[in-house]
Design a protein around this ligand. Structure first.
Ligand code: ADP
Ligand code: GLC
Length: 480
């Protein structure tokens, strides 16, 4: 099949979270299975500076209609591996920036125009390059206009650009909600500017368009597909999602074993496998050292890696500060995002500099080291569409402590509840829930055989992308 993916992040060219990993692994797995895969990404500075893009061809000039004006751009193309082509939709004014969505404090003011331009650039390239896609698969709000724009262009120009469109919701909390006036920049027919279209309480909601108008809709875990049909998790779009009840399916993300594999991970100081865990001890010592702690500490290490946003439950960790300060343990946090979390975690670390450490930045190598060197990976999310880190931690022999929400339910089994099959610990997504599970972690850590058995089950569980990729292939085939 000819499969075109459209997303605002793609590892290793631009990454702020799991979207980048998920799209990169899915595209790679499909390419390995012999499909002809193209991925469209905005021409961000980091992407253009990446060595893979060094020889990128300037393929096409773009002239994009945005409301009553035309904006120019260009497309650069490179092929990082067999069967995979990356198309960068470039326009300096929009994408030559250090961060993709905002300056840290707040979102860029021109985000609506940036991503409308991106989506239009994609559709125009499909036409100019005559890509003849079987499936055009768009991800999250930044690409949500693509299914609509594809059909609109086909109608206006009498061409076929895609046989079917698929839209994946990676996180319904981010909707691309903008003032109503931006609708005009899409140049879509006025019918779409209604309650049956993009209109949402007097605003324009881009995600809503993807959900309503793609041929098939997916979420990144089965559980999340159910949750977002309820007011608790639907973020106001539960009614919209319900209208697609029969076309929505949850396909669990996987782990890209070329990147996240303790046996081959070049970002670690030492490698290890289930048969020989000595390297994990070396990672532990290095992690303690990097965090500024004595390397011979023998008690439990709790690791955290996340975007600092409300979703990730950092507040729950802060609320359990006394536990971490009281018990003989270490807490090592890597996070970046909202400043208030950074300040609060830093204050906690300042109160107990020998026990709590914060690294407030994006650091790919450190994220691997925390997965490898910790004993527990703490992820008490308030909601979680899929979550990758809890899978990475199992592959790395580190027991996840997660809340019972979304994809975390689909990927972790509580070892106290299911002693024969458990791979981690689970709790309610509340401060009290986390407070209840942390002492259970201490008991599990003290019981070496029980800990080792759960660790082993996590390490042998098959989280590979083969399963997920097969799910998408089936979905594409069925829809075609
Ligand atoms: P989300 O996409 O909601 O952020 P996921 O668990 O799906 O959550 O994916 C998060 C990804 O981002 C993981 O690969 C994780 O290691 C990475 N990540 C998050 N924060 C950081 C950070 N501060 N430094 C490096 N990697 C990070
Ligand atoms: C989103 C979700 C996360 C998911 C990731 C990749 O960022 O928050 O749960 O794992 O997308 O699909």
């Amino acid at each position: 099949m000819k499969i075109v993916h459209v997303a605002s992040e793609l590892f290793p060219y631009m990454k702020t979270g799991g979207l980048a990993d998920a799209v990169s692994s899915l595209a790679g797995a499909l390419a390995d299975n012999g499909h002809e895969v193209a991925v469209f990404l905005p021409g961000y500075r980091t992407a253009l500076e990446h060595k893979d893009a060094a020889g990128a061809e300037r393929r096409m000039r773009l002239r994009i209609e945005m409301g009553d004006q035309y904006l120019s751009g260009e497309v650069r193309v490179f092929a990082p591996r067999r069967n995979l082509t990356v198309y960068l939709i470039c326009r300096e004014e929009f994408f030559d920036r250090r961060n993709p969505y905002g300056n840290g404090e707040r979102d860029y003011e021109d985000n609506a125009d940036r991503f409308i331009f991106f989506c239009k650039g994609v559709v125009e390239t499909l036409r100019l390059a005559d890509l003849q896609a079987d499936v055009v698969h768009a991800h999250d709000w930044q690409a949500a206009l693509v299914p609509l724009l594809v059909r609109d262009a086909e109608r206006k120009q009498g061409v076929t650009l895609a046989v079917k469109t698929v839209f994946t919701i990676h996180n319904i909390a981010y909707q691309g909600l903008f003032p109503r006036g931006i609708f005009a920049h899409t140049n879509l027919p006025e019918d779409f500017n209604s309650i049956d279209g993009l209109e949402y309480y007097e605003q324009t909601n881009l995600l809503k368009g993807g959900i309503l108008f793609a041929d098939r809709v997916t979420t990144v875990s089965p559980r999340y597909a159910q949750e977002i049909q309820t007011p608790e998790f639907g973020n106001g779009l539960e009614g919209v999602v319900q209208t697609r009840e029969h076309d929505i399916v949850g396909l669990l993300n996987g782990v890209d074993m070329a990147v996240w594999n303790p046996g081959t991970d070049a970002l670690l100081p030492a490698r290890y496998t289930l048969a020989n865990l000595a390297g994990k001890q070396a990672c532990r010592a290095e992690l303690l050292k990097r965090a500024g702690f004595a390397a011979n500490f023998r008690g439990p290490i709790f690791g955290v890696v996340c975007r600092f946003v409300e979703q990730k439950g950092v507040d729950l960790i802060l609320a359990n500060r006394d536990f971490f300060l009281r018990e003989d343990c270490r807490l090592i946090v890597l996070g970046s995002g909202e400043k208030r979390y950074e300040d609060d975690v830093r204050a906690m670390a300042a109160a107990a500099p020998a026990k709590v450490a914060l690294s407030a930045k994006l650091d790919e190598a450190m994220s691997h080291l925390i997965e490898a060197g910790s004993d527990f990976f703490v992820m008490p999310s308030l909601f979680e569409p899929c979550g990758l880190n809890q899978m990475y931690s199992q592959v790395y022999g580190t027991l996840p402590i997660v809340s019972r929400v979304g994809g975390l339910i689909d990927t972790v089994t509580d070892v106290d509840e299911f002693p024969e099959t458990g791979t981690g610990l689970m709790c309610a997504p509340t401060a009290a829930g986390l407070g209840e599970v942390l002492p259970r972690a201490l008991r599990l850590f003290a019981d070496k055989p029980r800990y080792a058995a759960a660790q082993r089950r996590g390490m042998i569980r098959d989280f590979s992308w083969k399963i997920a990729a097969a799910g998408y292939e089936r979905l594409y085939q069925e829809s075609l």
